[in-house]
Design a protein around this ligand. Structure first.
Ligand code: MN
Length: 205
């Protein structure tokens, strides 16, 4: 049984960056549906007891093509949104701290340059998808983007995602309409870098 990440804040807590209706629809409908569908499909495929990372990293083990595709999409939707919502918060540091801060500066030159680079990936993703910050076991950082609900796990990059930007229109359209760039820019006001830093520590371990 895969359990959806529950928001430790009210649906209006991320305003004005993300309005309550967007959060309610995104988490309460889209993410909830990916989770419920994943559970149904995983039961059918006999993989309901797997860890989600293990499952997404070994999709080829699912022989039935319809189940495999469904688990790739809905398992991705489950995993990606758990990461997305767990790194957004009305609280927390608005800039990287500690080891992650140092590594971002070493890798990208500065936090501002990092934001520019990941934002360019988010804006350059044609259609629905995601932009990613991932780490390997040595603590090296990587940026990437993906279409649909794919992620660095299902794409077998060998890296662990620690932060992501959802650029599906459902993530921003109610408030920002066609202005994806504005949404991405504003989103940094609600990123919880304490949470991202913990994910970085776990990815390196
Ligand atoms: Mn989404």
């Amino acid at each position: 049984m895969f359990e959806q990440y529950q928001l430790p804040y009210e649906s209006n807590a991320l305003e004005p960056v993300l309005d309550a209706l967007t959060v309610e629809t995104h988490h309460g409908k889209h993410h909830a549906t990916y989770t419920a569908t994943l559970n149904t499909l995983a039961e059918k495929a006999g993989v309901a007891d797997k860890d989600i990372v293990e499952l997404l990293a070994n999709l080829d083990d699912i022989s039935d093509e319809t189940l495999r595709t469904g688990i790739r999409n809905n398992g991705g939707g489950f995993y990606n949104h758990n990461l997305y919502f767990s790194t957004l918060s009305p609280d927390g540091s608005r800039e990287p701290v500690g080891e992650l801060k140092a590594k971002i500066e070493e890798t990208f030159g500065s936090f501002e340059k990092f934001k520019e680079e990941i934002s360019a990936l988010a804006l350059g993703q044609f259609g629905s998808g995601w932009a990613w910050l991932s780490a390997d076991k040595d603590g090296n950082l990587y940026l990437s983007k993906s279409a649909n609900q794919d992620n660095p796990i299902s794409l077998k990059t060998g890296h662990t995602p620690i932060f992501t930007i959802d650029v599906w229109e459902h993530a921003y359209y109610l408030k920002y309409k066609n202005l994806r760039a504005k949404y991405v820019e504003e989103l940094f006001q609600i990123v919880d870098w304490d949470a991202v830093g913990k994910k970085y520590e776990a990815a390196k371990a």
